[in-house]
Every structure is written in structure tokens, then in C-alpha cells.
Design a protein around this ligand. Structure first.
Ligand SMILES: N=c1c2ncn([C@@H]3O[C@H](COP(=O)(O)OP(=O)(O)OP(=O)(O)O)[C@@H](O)[C@H]3O)c2ncn1[C@@H]1O[C@H](COP(=O)(O)O)[C@@H](O)[C@H]1O
Length: 110
């Protein structure tokens, strides 16, 4: 599963210096962090709406699609800041084996 994130992270890194005329990701980088964060916000809202619809309809295709858009734009934001998907995977891995309460305590210490 994380191979996909690794490959996508590599593509996003290449696009930081890509041609905004031929690449959607390069265009986002060119427009800057505020535009990227606007897209993250839009996709988060669309994901919420799709999840509520899925609960009623039982059809999960839209919420999966919108969640992919949200993950994608979040990764573009991280890439814009010079971070990779691996940094998020490492953070999630750090939390394995911790209870929610232990994780909360580790936040308060850091
Ligand atoms: N995974 C994605 C991906 N998911 C979503 N999107 C784009 O994200 C946008 C979603 O935003 P919207 O639904 O609001 O559509 P929009 O109206 O086109 O967006 P705006 O013009 O309003 O910004 C669409 O344009 C989608 O095509 C993606 N664009 C690219 N990728 C990956 O990024 C790689 C590099 O893409 P390029 O930079 O275009 O080569 C691709 O090979 C893919 O692997």
C-alpha cells in the first residue's frame, strides 16, 4: 500500500519544478501554499458531504473518490513544504501499539 504513496511522493517532488502549463501539480505549486490549502479545504468539505451521503445511500464510491482527492491535495501541501508521505507514515507507525490515551500523553510532552 505504501508503495503507492512512495511513488506519488516521488512524482509530487518532481512536479515542484515542473511546467505549470502541462502539469496540474506544478500549477498548484506555482500558485503557492494558500491555493493548495484552499483545495485541501474544498476536498475536506466534499469528503464530509460524500460520507454523509454514503451513510444514507450505502454507496461508498463517492466518499472513496473524495477521500483520494483529500489525501492527494494534503500530500501536495506537504510536498510544497518539502515533506514526503513517508513522514506521515512514520508518524502513524510511531503510534502503533499506543492507546489513544498514551498517544495524547506523548503529545503533551512534546
Ligand atoms: N492523484 C492525482 C489527482 N487527484 C486529483 N487530481 C486533480 O485534482 C483536481 C481536483 O480538483 P477539482 O475537483 O476541484 O477539479 P478542478 O476544477 O480541475 O480543480 P481547480 O481547477 O478548481 O483547482 C482535478 O483537476 C484532478 O484531476 C489529481 N491530479 C494528479 N494526481 C496525481 O499526480 C500526478 C501528477 O499529475 P500532473 O501534475 O497533472 O502531471 C498524476 O500522475 C497523478 O498520479
Amino acid at each position: 500500500m505504501s508503495d503507492v504513496l512512495q511513488q506519488l511522493g516521488d512524482i509530487l517532488e518532481q512536479r515542484r519544478h515542473g511546467d505549470p502549463e502541462s502539469s496540474y501539480v506544478a500549477k498548484l505549486h506555482h500558485k503557492g501554499l494558500n491555493k493548495i490549502l484552499e483545495k485541501v479545504g474544498e476536498e475536506a468539505t466534499e469528503t464530509i458531504i460524500a460520507a454523509k451521503d454514503a451513510q444514507h445511500s450505502g454507496d461508498h464510491s463517492d466518499v472513496i473518490y473524495e477521500t483520494a482527492d483529500l489525501w492527494f491535495h494534503s500530500l501536495v501541501a506537504l510536498s510544497h513544504l518539502g515533506e514526503s508521505p513517508q513522514a506521515v507514515l512514520d508518524e502513524l507507525a510511531r503510534r502503533f501499539g499506543m492507546s489513544g490515551l498514551e498517544e495524547k500523553a506523548s503529545r503533551q510532552k512534546s
